[in-house]
Design a protein around this ligand. Structure first.
Ligand SMILES: Cc1cc2nc3c(=O)[nH]c(=O)nc-3n(C[C@H](O)[C@H](O)[C@H](O)COP(=O)(O)OP(=O)(O)OC[C@H]3O[C@@H](n4cnc5c(N)ncnc54)[C@H](O)[C@@H]3O)c2cc1C
Ligand code: FES
Ligand code: FES
Length: 1335
């Protein structure tokens, strides 16, 4: 092997600019991700890491580069987790810190996301700010269309996206759909405020206008010395890699010839993934980004030639321009590329990824390769040994999995895409699980050429991705179809030929085999219709296509025009200005979040000597541990220790139950913590943890609920809830039907992964910074693990980057090993999980199976229910009993069921323990309820809303366990929702649409929610607060809740402002700390505001009563003067508050009691449109009415409703958590696990808070909000069911429809049974091993 010395024209210094300051690295690690450099070397921690694989956008930064040819500076957003440091030479990087700051000046892009309430936990916010900032730097007055595609590479798990878009809409040309008149809108009703046209963020005059002239100047050095930076070859060397950046083709050829195994690199979007997940190592890398010969982009007589190093964004812009200038008939391939690029990756990926990277990766699901194959594109390749040659991309091009006709020594120079002509038609198709930023399940490109002025096929090319280990061409089909006429007979012939041409075995990798096969036919049918309609116009041939078929050709588009409204009651006229309760204040630290100043645990600057811990996780589902050997890992320089059960000074069993800090002799799931490596850096610790050797003896495992039932693997807890006489109820019913339905696991995907920092102190004390919803639990288990008293453990929580229940009990799994290591080594130790580790080890929402028998009358009145609920709990009990109890209590959702028996079974399986997740079992059980409601409706052939309405609780109706359904607010929400959504009219419109369209169907559904508030563990229904007043009159509050994005601290300050009659500016909350308020309950069960708010009020009232004599003595003095006087009078200015919820009890023996403090209600109406041929869908409109009592802060409450709705939509429609039959998790990051994205929000999203509601049982008459609205997303699921029903009716299918949750594109497509799906019947269960299983 040659040594790396061929090209040494540079002194090895890496020079670039960050936020205007020059950075010079004399010995750069070329492959270090830019984000790591920014965070660890420059301590610019505003840029976050949410995934490390280009899938979430949290790490977005802006790159600016001088273009000498045009004398302009171009700006583009990138994922800094994928960008190698070496690629930064000569560029300017802007991070969120460089955009604006609370200490100097907040940038409009930061201000508007704040004022629009577009931040919650704030972890995604810097990335979103950077995407928007980059758009503005290129386009100071962007269009809505540009805005709509700007965020396709950014995810947010909290907000539901709507407020972010509304905030940023204000930068667009189209801002204010009403031509600026919106501010003159009259109020609909006194003190009732329609928040149309972004009124929620205040008047436009209040916003700082954006002025591009205020932007920092591009570094002069980079401009003046452009040639030096970009026309000089570079070499960076370290002991593990050499990075070359040649600037001429000759140089590149020499290098490639000297280092034949060298990896060429452009955007690094593929290579970074290979290195991260496949552990690929490259010792020589050659960047081809600076070679002019690879940058051709031109139209010529052969077509359009695209240089190998042309980025996808550049290609997109160029093709759009060219298409605008060419005759339509010539552009059909180019338009197909443009169409495809709108769904290719996220913007940050497209900004750096190049065409060559896509071709040469040769991925079987590449989006561009089918187009190149079907169009007969020609590659230009070159090597020193072989010279230059052209390769036509045809069915011989791909030689095998990730192998092509291009030889390893050859370099791809360009690809030429031919133009089409008059008689030639071309289309490309892609179907993914999610439209935005997702890899294809299957894709295709199709070309047909006709004999001149006829509809007789002269030539044809059909290329498919996702159907084999390579992109394939259906050559047999095309050969046989040559000479055929393009008419309706063609479709059936082509479909049977295609089915033979594209075989897939039932156990094919990737699964969804029937769906993928069906898609190929669906794509062809769409192509047939598109071409047919063109031929009708050009040739005037008779069009015998049914008008209803045309819907097959309509496409969903990326640039939708969303609208929204948020309606809430304003505070009463006369409410003192100092009283902040009920006002829509922005999140207390929103400005810090938007400027990147908000500090999360992993942002805390490491001190000298700090150590990093990486967990060693089980790779087996169920196995005995035979041997553990960390010697190789320990031999690496910088690796300090291997920590395992032998190092636990105290208890290894967590809380003395069934979970261990470190596995001892056995593992019972993949991802279980076996040990931990401690090293001097995170990267080193991670690397070493991966080579700790563990020998296992594998045991039989139980993975699914069905396995568990078959093997009777249950936990010993099986609650039963019963009422009335079930058998008698069935006898009184006109009909009795049975069914079963399941819901899948849902990954929390909080944007900040689990993280802990342990700091050992003197006297055995330990201070822990943990991203935990439950500091008291962490304190307790760490004390037990270290065998010390809890009074020596301090747990501090400033904020969490999202929790959703996933940080209620799970943080102890990393806090304990970290604390044990810190105590042993007497060093600060930090552990932050990688996304993959987090997903494999931290648990999910419980999958449920519901088996029901339901009796009802001819009018749809429910008489009796027998229901068995099974939950897949995983390998430990965790909170599963509580989850099942809540599921039982909510199994009626909002319906009166006079007789019932509901049994809960907890399945013990070899899966990572399931845990709390927003809704805590209730959404799963309510989902089963909505399924039997829908069954009844379809059985009786009436609309489901009629059955819902018939059975909906009326005011005062008894609930299953004796509580009364109070105040009739479920009826109010329901009626108001039907009214605002105009359900009757829209249902008629939906019917009309469905009559007119065969392949696009609309569906509409309204679902209610009734949700009980209280912890099921009664002792948790308590809280404490500590309020200090300092001598300057400022107030500091501590309470038991944690701030995880829900705006708890903001609301608590508002509560204190009313209690103390003080403006919020005088009140501060710093953090949650076990030393200020002890024995706190977890921030969960939606109870934080209720519990902590009451405790704060009590503390404030104590203080006010102490101050009262001082105030009475001098009523005209100021607050500050009273405080001064009180201090001088030696009055204590510090008080604690305590609150407990009374009257909570439940007797499982009699199924009676009062399990909830009160009930929350809501209703949502959602309309969807589905593509019956592909399973794709879009939410057209959602209207929500939610009862929040008297809102403490309507902006935050609406944020919770929208965020919960989108998270619920993820649970029920989009998020497919896949596990193989042997228990291996297949979805380990955003690349494979798809959260709802910006593109998934309802096109119209209207939220209103129920008028005139109040609630005696919570602080200032408010109601809880975190969990209840999540289930409203079931309206989207059942709207999809409604749409599918119409498709099945058209197909003459009367078989009952059974759709499990989540209803993925595959499920929707296959449920829309038709002649295409019928070609691929499902092989009998058990005859093959599926790729993934139903948990
Ligand atoms: C988050 C994310 C989303 C993605 N979404 C999609 C998607 O929707 N559709 C899709 O098809 N792909 C997708 N990809 C895959 C990837 O982005 C594309 O394949 C991209 O085109 C790769 O380009 P690159 O410049 O980053 O390649 P690199 O990673 O730099 O290189 C990829 C390969 O190409 C080789 N190569 C590069 N240039 C040359 C050359 N001139 N001659 C010979 N070999 C060369 C490299 O050696 C390497 O093997 C996604 C990737 C990520 C991380
Ligand atoms: S951290 Fe870079 S995209 Fe997620
Ligand atoms: S605010 Fe977006 S992830 Fe929390």
């Amino acid at each position: 092997m040659a040594t790396a010395s061929a090209c040494s024209t540079h002194n090895g210094e890496l020079i670039f600019f960050v936020n205007g300051a020059q950075v010079v690295e004399s010995k750069p690690d070329p492959l270090m991700p830019l984000v790591e450099f920014l965070r660890t070397k420059l301590h610019l921690t505003g840029t976050k890491v949410g995934c490390g694989e280009g899938g979430c956008g949290a790490c977005t930064v802006m790159i600016s580069r001088y273009n000498m040819n045009t004398d302009t500076v171009v700006h583009y957003s990138i994922n800094s987790c994928l960008a190698p440091l070496a690629a930064m030479h000569g560029l300017a990087v802007t991070t969120v810190e460089g955009v604006g700051s609370t200490k100097t000046k907040v940038h409009p892009v930061q201000e508007r996301i704040v004022k629009a309430h577009g931040t919650q936990c704030g972890f995604c916010t810097p990335g979103i700010v950077m995407s928007m900032y980059t758009l503005l730097r290129n386009e100071p007055l962007p269009s809505l269309e540009q805005l709509s595609t700007t965020f396709d590479g950014n995810l947010c798990r909290c907000t539901g996206y709507r407020p972010i878009l509304d905030g940023y809409k204000t930068f667009t040309k189209e801002y204010c759909e009403m031509g600026g008149k919106c501010r003159k809108i009259k109020r609909r009703k006194p003190s009732y405020r329609p928040s149309i046209c972004n009124q929620s963020i205040g008047d436009i005059e209040d916003l700082v206008p954006y002025d591009p002239a205020d932007e920092p100047k591009f570094p002069l050095d980079l401009k003046v010395n452009h040639e030096k930076y970009h026309k000089t070859s570079l070499t960076f060397r370290t002991d593990h890699v050499t990075w070359f950046r040649p600037t001429t083709l000759d140089e590149l050829l020499d290098l490639k010839s000297t280092f034949p195994q060298a990896r060429l690199v452009n955007g690094n979007t593929e290579i970074a993934i290979e290195m991260r997940f496949k552990k690929m190592k490259y010792d020589v890398m050659i960047a081809t980004t600076h070679i002019p010969d690879l940058k051709t982009l031109e139209r010529n007589k052969s077509g359009i030639t695209i240089g190998a190093s042309i980025t996808l964004s550049r290609l997109d812009t160029f093709l759009k321009q060219e298409c605008g200038q060419m005759a339509e008939e010539e552009t059909r391939v180019y338009s197909a590329v443009v169409d495809m690029l709108q769904w290719f990756g996220g913007k940050q990926v497209r900004n750096v990824a190049v065409v060559a990277g896509n071709i040469m990766t040769a991925s079987p699901i590449s989006d561009l390769n089918p187009i190149f194959l079907a169009s007969g594109s020609v590659l230009d390749v070159v090597s020193r040994e072989r010279g230059r040659r052209k390769i036509r991309m045809d069915n011989t091009f791909f030689k095998g999995y990730r192998r092509t006709e291009v030889k390893p020594d050859e370099i791809l120079l360009s690809v030429t895409l031919p133009a089409t002509h008059k008689n030639e038609y071309f289309s490309a198709f892609k179907q993914a699980n999610r439209r935005d930023d997702d890899i294809a399940v299957a894709n295709a490109a199709m070309k047909v050429v006709f004999h001149d002025d006829t509809n007789i096929i002269k030539d044809m090319a059909l290329a498919f991705g996702g159907m084999a280990p390579v992109t394939v061409m259906a050559t047999n089909t095309t050969e046989k179809l040559r000479g055929s006429t393009w008419d309706s007979d063609l479709v059936s012939t082509a479909c049977s030929l295609l089915a033979d041409d594209l075989p897939l075995t039932p156990d094919a990798p990737g699964g969804m085999v029937q769906f993928r096969k069906t898609l190929t036919l669906s794509f062809f049918f769409k192509f047939y219709l598109r071409v047919k309609s063109k031929l009708t116009i050009t040739l005037g041939v008779e069009d015998n296509t049914a008008p209803t078929d045309e819907s097959a050709t309509q496409q969903f588009v990326a640039n939708r025009k969303w609208k929204s409204s948020q309606v809430y009651e304003e505070v009463e006229v006369g409410q003192p200005i100092t009283d902040a309760v009920g006002r829509p204040l922005v999140h207390k630290t929103a400005y810090q979040q938007a400027t990147g100043e908000a500090c999360f645990v992993d942002d805390i600057t490491p001190v000298e000597g700090e150590l990093f811990l990486s967990l060693v996780l089980s790779s087996k589902t169920h196995a005995n541990i035979i041997n553990m050997d960390a010697s190789e890992a320990l031999s690496i320089a910088g690796v300090v220790d291997f920590i395992s059960v032998k190092d636990v000074p105290g208890q290894n069993v967590l809380h003395g139950i069934d979970e261990h800090i470190f596995a001892t002799d056995k593992v019972t799931c993949q991802g279980q913590v076996v040990g931990a490596i401690v090293a001097t850096s995170h990267t080193l610790a991670k690397k070493a943890a991966q080579i700790v050797r563990i020998d296992y003896e594998e045991l039989e495992s139980v993975v699914t609920i069905k396995d568990s039932i078959a093997k009777e693997s249950f936990y010993k807890f099986s609650p039963v809830l019963q009422h009335g006489d079930v058998e008698e109820g069935f006898r009184q019913s006109d009909h009795v039907i049975c069914g079963e339905v399941s819901t899948g696991a849902q990954e929390h995907f909080y944007m900040e992964t689990q993280t802990a920092l342990a700091v050992p102190r003197e006297e055995g004390e330990m201070e822990l910074f943990v991203s935990s919803q439950n500091p008291t639990e962490v304190q307790g288990v760490v004390a037990e693990a270290l065998n010390i008293q809890a009074n020596k453990i301090t747990v501090r929580v400033k904020r969490l980057g999202g929790g959703f229940g996933g940080k209620e009990t799970r943080p102890k799994l990393i806090a304990c090993p970290t604390a044990i290591a810190a105590a042993k080594l007497m060093k600060r130790v930090r552990c932050t999980l990688e996304r993959e580790e987090d997903m494999v080890s931290m648990g999910t929402r419980h999958p449920f199976l519901g088996k029901y028998k339901i009796g009802f009358t001819n009018q749809g009145k429910v008489m009796s229910l027998e229901l068995d609920l099974y939950s897949n709990c995983g390998n430990s009990l965790d909170v599963s009993p509580g989850v099942m109890e809540r599921a039982l209590w909510h199994a009626d959702n909002s319906y009166r069921v006079p007789n019932f028996v509901i049994r809960g079974y907890l399945c013990k399986t070899n899966r990572t323990s399931c845990t709390a997740f927003r809704g805590f079992g209730a959404p799963q059980a309510m989902f089963v309820a909505e399924t039997w409601i829908t069954d009844i409706a379809y059985f009786l052939n009436i609309v489901p809303e009629q059955v819902r309405q018939t059975n909906l609780y009326k005011n005062g109706d008894p609930m299953p366990f004796g509580m009364q359904c109070d105040k009739g607010n479920i009826q109010h929400c329901w009626e108001e929702c039907l009214d605002t959504a105009d359900l009757d009219t829209r249902r008629q419109q939906v019917k009309q649409f469905n009559r007119e369209n065969r392949w696009k169907k609309k569906g509409i559904s309204v679902t209610p929610v009734t949700y009980g508030i209280a912890f099921g563990l009664w002792e948790l229904n308590q809280s404490g607060a500590l309020v200090h007043i300092y001598r300057d009159g400022s107030v500091l509050i501590a309470h038991g809740g944690t701030e995880m994005g829900q705006g708890l601290h903001t609301k608590m300050i508002q509560v204190a402002s009313r209690a103390l009659k003080l403006p919020t500016t005088k009140i501060h909350i710093s953090e949650t700390n076990t030393t200020t308020v002890p024995n706190t309950s977890p921030s969960a069960a939606s109870s934080c505001s209720d519990l902590n708010g009451m405790a704060i009020v009590e503390a404030c009232e104590k203080l006010l009563s102490r101050l009262d004599p001082v105030i009475q003595a001098n009523p005209d003095k100021t607050w500050e003067e009273w405080i001064r006087a009180a201090y001088e009078a030696r009055i204590s200015l510090s008080a604690t508050g305590f609150y407990k919820v009374d009257n909570l009890h439940f007797d499982w023996k009699t199924s009676t009691g009062n399990p909830f403090s009160y009930l929350c209600f809501g209703a949502a109406c959602t309309e969807v449109q589905i593509d019956c041929l592909t399973g794709d869908h879009e939410i057209l409109q959602t209207d929500i009415v939610m009862d929040v009592g008297r809102s403490l802060n309507p902006a935050l409450d609406i944020g919770q409703i929208e965020g919960a709705f989108m998270q619920g939509y993820g649970m029920m429609v989009l998020e497919h958590y896949k596990v193989s039959p042997d228990g291996t998790l297949l979805t380990r990051g955003p690349g494979t696990y798809k959260l709802p994205s910006f593109g998934n929000i309802p096109t119209r999203f209207n939220v209103s808070l129920l008028k005139g509601s109040s609630n005696k049982r919570a602080v200032y008459s408010s109601k809880a909000i975190g969990e209840p609205p999540l289930f409203l997303a079931s309206s989207a699921f059942f709207a999809i069911v409604d749409a599918i029903k119409s498709a099945r009716e058209d197909a003459g299918c009367s078989a009952p429809l059974r759709l499990n949750s989540p209803a993925t594109a595959a499920d929707i497509r296959m449920a829309c049974t038709d002649r295409f799906t019928q070609q691929f019947p499902l092989p009998p269960e058990g005859s093959f091993k599926p790729w993934f299983t139903v948990l």
